[in-house]
Ligand binder design. Structure first.
Ligand code: NAD
Length: 521
């Protein structure tokens, strides 16, 4: 007999648009106009599928033109947070009983609906977080991938699980959900990470209080509205934008919250982990914390590397989406014989990067996310100038938007601040290594362990780095960014997080618990 799984096609990654097709260009231009026409719209909280207005509001600004308000959301109070958790708890009692197949259908339907409205979502990402067209579409394609992948994964976990047969007993192991989860995403993969974490939690049978980043709350509002349009029961996905300090700690510490799924900075992740570890009165479990955090990712350029390929890989890894990816290359570690030639070619390559309004087709780098990021990154550039030699960039671009030049600082010591601290902007430190041993030691010499890449043609170096380069996602002869769901399960070691792998076959287990049932026969 055919099972549900037989009728589902194998998972395939959603193709990303290059915008070479004039029809895609025309559709994107129309979508940009349509989204611009909706600027300033207000999005209330959504608690139990009810829309709740608040006096206080959060403004989401266009970082390329901060006088433009992309949209406003309500800003939740402590009372709203309490009500959202109560609603999620009530909804859990019903949602946990909904068959996995039906829960998965919601994800497949959401993927199809987002695919249909793709250019509108792309356009919103351009305006809300400053992504170039291809970066926006890649973010959205990854969101679709998470929906398609986790839907299929839930069907797999709902199948009978293998246990060793024992005479005289019938044994089974089933995966059941955890309960109410707080989902706290960052702004940088405003679609993919927000949708990926929320959908994984929901498809596993949990209910969610989604507290989006204030810099990307509008796209989260769109997603929550979409899920309700598709018929998701009230209370399963609650939309709770608000300030981290006002409601963040309350949600994390709340005794009814069973798990926290967080992606963001090391500082906030560690704070959440600490807070969640302390049981509150009435709490009946140890909270599970999934925390995916920052990086200080390195690309090693070995003396035997293909120089042109290495320069290209470093440039796109360091400056794609303005270096605001947790996987961005922020350290290029170059073996001495290639160092000068590498720097010269990199300088020429970086000079070709276009910086400007990302709503214009062809812009490569847009603005950084907000005024605070502009200030922090600018301070790091000053620190870098005192720690090394400025080779490219270093300045803010004229105008209102938060534009920074792609910046390369060479002759950086492995322990310099800009070689150790996550900057999260378009700043690359270039470090000279004596040899490959030295390069590996430098690459491993931070508290992070997220992504890394090695350019080399030497099989022995590939073998050594495979064993010794301690990162969650290691690449050879390609960029350090652009992990694909299913193909490159993503997540890092050490201070980069709790070793989870988004888009991998273990991921849903983070939102499930296993129950063994044994019956004497
Ligand atoms: P952030 O830590 O500032 O914020 C992340 C989220 O936490 C936001 O929604 C924010 O509102 C919320 N928050 C802040 N204080 C809180 C509190 N006290 N309680 C509860 N929630 C609180 O990070 P960001 O600037 O949004 O994102 C950038 C960071 O995310 C970088 O460090 C980047 O490396 C990391 N990141 C990691 C991954 C990964 O997979 N490892 C992926 C993307 C981004």
């Amino acid at each position: 007999m055919a099972t549900t799984l037989d009728r589902i096609t194998p998972f395939k990654n959603e193709p990303v648009k290059s915008f070479a097709d004039p029809a895609d260009v025309a559709a994107m231009e129309a979508a940009l106009e349509e989204v611009k026409a909706s600027f300033g719209r207000f999005y209330p909280l959504v608690i139990d599928a009810e829309r709740v207005e608040t006096k206080k509001r959060i403004r989401s600004l266009n970082p390329a033109a901060p006088s433009e308000i992309v949209g406003e959301t309500a800003s939740a109070s402590a009372d709203d947070a309490q009500r959202a958790i109560d609603a999620a708890q009530r909804a859990f009692e019903g949602w946990r009983e909904v068959p996995a197949r039906e829960r998965a259908e919601f994800l497949f339907k959401a993927a199809a609906a987002i695919r249909e409205r793709r250019f509108l979502y792309d356009a919103l990402l351009v305006y809300e977080v400053g992504k170039s067209w291809p970066e926006a579409d890649a973010d959205l394609a990854e969101a679709i991938d998470f929906l398609e992948f986790y839907g299929r994964e839930m069907l797999r976990y709902a199948q009978p699980q293998p246990v060793t047969p024992i005479a005289g007993e019938e044994n089974e192991l089933v995966y059941i959900p955890l309960g109410v989860g707080a989902v706290i995403p960052p702004w940088n993969f405003a679609a993919a990470i927000m949708i990926g974490m929320s959908s994984a939690a929901i498809v596993a049978g949990n209910t969610v209080v989604l507290k989006p980043s204030s810099d990307s709350a509008i796209i989260a509002a769109w997603f929550v509205d979409l899920m309700h349009e598709l018929g998701l029961p009230p209370g399963v996905l609650n939309f709770l934008p608000g300030s981290g300090s006002e409601i963040g700690d309350l949600i994390v510490a709340h005794p009814k919250v069973r798990f926290i799924s967080f992606t963001g900075s090391k500082e906030v992740g560690l704070h959440i982990n600490e807070l969640a570890a302390k049981p509150e009165k009435g709490q009946r479990w140890i909270k599970r914390v999934v925390a995916e955090m920052g990086g200080k990712d390195a690309i090693i350029v070995a003396a035997d590397a293909d120089l042109d390929a290495a320069v290209e890989g470093v440039a796109v890894s360091a400056f794609g989406f303005q270096g605001q990816k947790c996987s961005a290359c922020s350290r290029a570690i170059v073996e001495e014989p290639l160092y000068d030639a590498f720097l010269e070619k990199l300088r020429e390559r970086v000079a070709k990067i276009t910086v400007g309004d990302p709503s214009r087709r062809g812009t490569y780098m847009g603005p950084v996310i907000n005024a605070k990021a502009l200030e922090t990154i600018s301070k790091y550039i000053d620190v870098g100038k005192s720690e090394g030699r400025l080779v490219a960039g270093g300045k803010r671009r004229e105008g209102d938007g938060y534009f920074l030049e792609p910046t390369v600082i060479a002759d950086i010591s492995p322990n310099a601040r800009i070689a150790q601290e996550e900057i999260f902007g378009p700043v690359l430190a270039v470090i000279k290594a004596r040899d490959f041993n030295d390069a590996l030691a430098i690459a491993n010499g931070t508290e992070f362990g997220l992504t890394g890449s090695v350019y080399t043609s030497d099989e022995k170096k590939i073998e050594r780095a495979t064993d010794e380069f301690f990162v969650g996602n290691l690449y050879f002869n390609r960029k350090s960014t652009g992990a694909m769901v299913g193909a490159h399960p993503f997540g890092g070691f050490n201070m980069s997080g709790t070793d989870s792998k988004a888009g991998g076959r273990d991921y849903l287990l983070l939102y499930l618990q296993a129950k063994t049932v044994s019956r004497k026969v």
